[in-house]
Design a binder for this molecule. Structure first.
Ligand SMILES: [Zn+2]
Ligand SMILES: [Zn+2]
Length: 226
């Protein structure tokens, strides 16, 4: 299982990272000093790439780092077996092994399948929830592990957060500041377009790869909407 999981990651992502590593210059170095997680030990799998249109599905992702087994945005999917549980098994984890769940924000399309993971702590912008225990804390800078941290990225809603994950191949941002690689340029549902733009810049400053709210992972570049 472990090998297959690792293989999935390398085959789908490594080519992107290799291309990015070739970019020289001090700006590259500076970018790494900002919000990047301290560690580079995590690995991830996109369980299901979301979409928007006549039907809506969330991108659902799995991250592991040491003891941490994290699911990001267990939201709307066409079929929870096919889009969440079977890909999770292929990535080497059972639902009961999930230790943590992060909600990028509170909209139901990113939260409705949260109860699949019965032993998990749930994280949002201002608290951690575990059984009947609500523990206040600010998500800004909060570390789930040495290689996994949360930052606030408001705009779509005031409560949006981004999960930054340090992998051997670079920093991956799980975020709703983009729905997919194309943006959209302007989020029609954004409560605060200026804040969203600032959040996008902040994520761009640190991310080598973006896993967006409703689409496949992409490498950010000059054409990525700001
Ligand atoms: Zn939303
Ligand atoms: Zn959404």
């Amino acid at each position: 299982m472990e090998f297959g999981y690792r293989l999935w990651i390398t085959s789908s992502v490594r080519t992107y990272f290799s291309a990015r590593r070739a970019v020289p210059g001090p700006r590259w170095h500076d970018r790494r000093m900002t919000d990047a997680p301290r560690g580079r030990t995590a690995a991830f799998a996109v369980l299901s790439a979301g979409y928007v249109g006549p039907r809506t599905a969330s991108t659902v992702a799995f991250v592991r780092d040491g003891e941490l087994r994290l699911v990001v945005d267990p939201g709307m999917v066409p079929d929870r077996q096919a889009a969440i549980l079977r890909p999770l098994a292929a990535a080497g984890a059972t639902p009961d092994e999930i230790t943590d769940v992060v909600f990028s924000h509170h909209h139901p399309d990113h939260t409705v399948n949260a109860a699949l993971f019965q032993g998990a702590r749930y994280h949002d912008h201002w608290a951690v929830y575990y059984d009947d225990l609500w523990t206040d804390r600010d998500a800004e800078g909060f570390e789930l592990s040495e290689s996994v941290r949360l930052i606030r990225t408001p705009g779509h809603t005031r409560e949006d957060i981004t999960t930054l994950v340090g992998t051997a191949d670079g920093v991956v941002a799980f975020t709703h500041v983009w729905w997919h690689a194309g943006g959209p340029e302007e989020d029609p549902y954004a409560l605060d377009a200026k804040a969203l733009s600032a959040s996008r810049e902040r994520v761009l400053a640190v991310a080598d790869l973006v896993v967006p709210g409703h689409g496949a992972a992409f490498v950010p570049g000059p054409s990525t909407p700001r």
